[in-house]
Design a protein around this ligand. Structure first.
Ligand code: SF4
Length: 197
């Protein structure tokens, strides 16, 4: 069928992604793209960028943020790390370094270089989890509000897309101030994921 992507196409694309050095001069630890994808994935996690710990292990969300995210989703590590089920594509695939107030933003070169091509390999996608402001700007460009307003209006994009705050421990203050997220959003999110599986 015209336009259908084969697994071979995806493997060739991933090979190119893993060899990417496009913004290497800006990466303090050098390129190490951390992505998880297969053509059968039904959930996409559109996240920000790997942190230092993820860079070291090469495993996305292999940190405290990941523990909280898996709890939010009601997923075991086994399912979360199975690319047949879950694709994980941050807005920047490599660790961007650290600034005065935490990790730097995802490298701006990355999404224009790779994102559309990779997303075209996810024909079975049922749910996209959009995490943090950079992923929001790409996946929900019509949302003009700040992150809190966008997450609060989560039903607007239901059931195909759900905007989420970043699960990082750095966001504990936000989660405390916005307890509606835990009581209102998370039960529906877990139910949606359970339905997909
Ligand atoms: S962050 Fe993206 S564009 Fe930059 S080197 Fe890594 S894969 Fe390439």
């Amino acid at each position: 069928m015209a336009g259908r992507k084969s697994p071979g196409d995806l493997q060739a694309l991933l090979k190119r992604v893993r060899a990417c050095t496009l913004c290497a001069e800006h990466l303090p630890l050098g390129p190490r793209p951390v992505v998880q994808i297969s053509g059968s994935a039904r959930i996409l996690i559109a996240a920000q960028a790997p942190g230092r710990k993820v860079h070291e292990t090469g495993l996305p969300f292999n940190d405290a943020s990941g523990d909280r995210l898996r709890d939010w989703l009601g997923l075991t590590r086994e399912t979360f790390y199975d690319p047949q089920h879950v694709a994980i594509l941050p807005m920047g695939f490599c660790f961007p370094g650290t600034g005065n107030s935490g990790d730097l933003p995802p490298r701006k070169e990355c999404a224009p270089a790779w994102r559309d091509e990779l997303l075209a390999h996810l024909p079975r996608l049922e749910l996209t989890l959009v995490i943090g402001q950079y992923a929001l700007a790409w996946h929900l460009p019509d949302e003009r509000g700040n992150l809190t307003e966008t997450v609060k209006a989560w039903k607007r994009h239901w059931p195909a897309v759900i905007p989420l705050p970043h699960p990082s421990p750095r966001n504990n203050g936000w989660l405390k101030r916005n307890s509606w997220f835990e009581y209102d959003v998370l039960p529906s999110l877990r139910q949606r994921i359970a339905e997909i599986f």
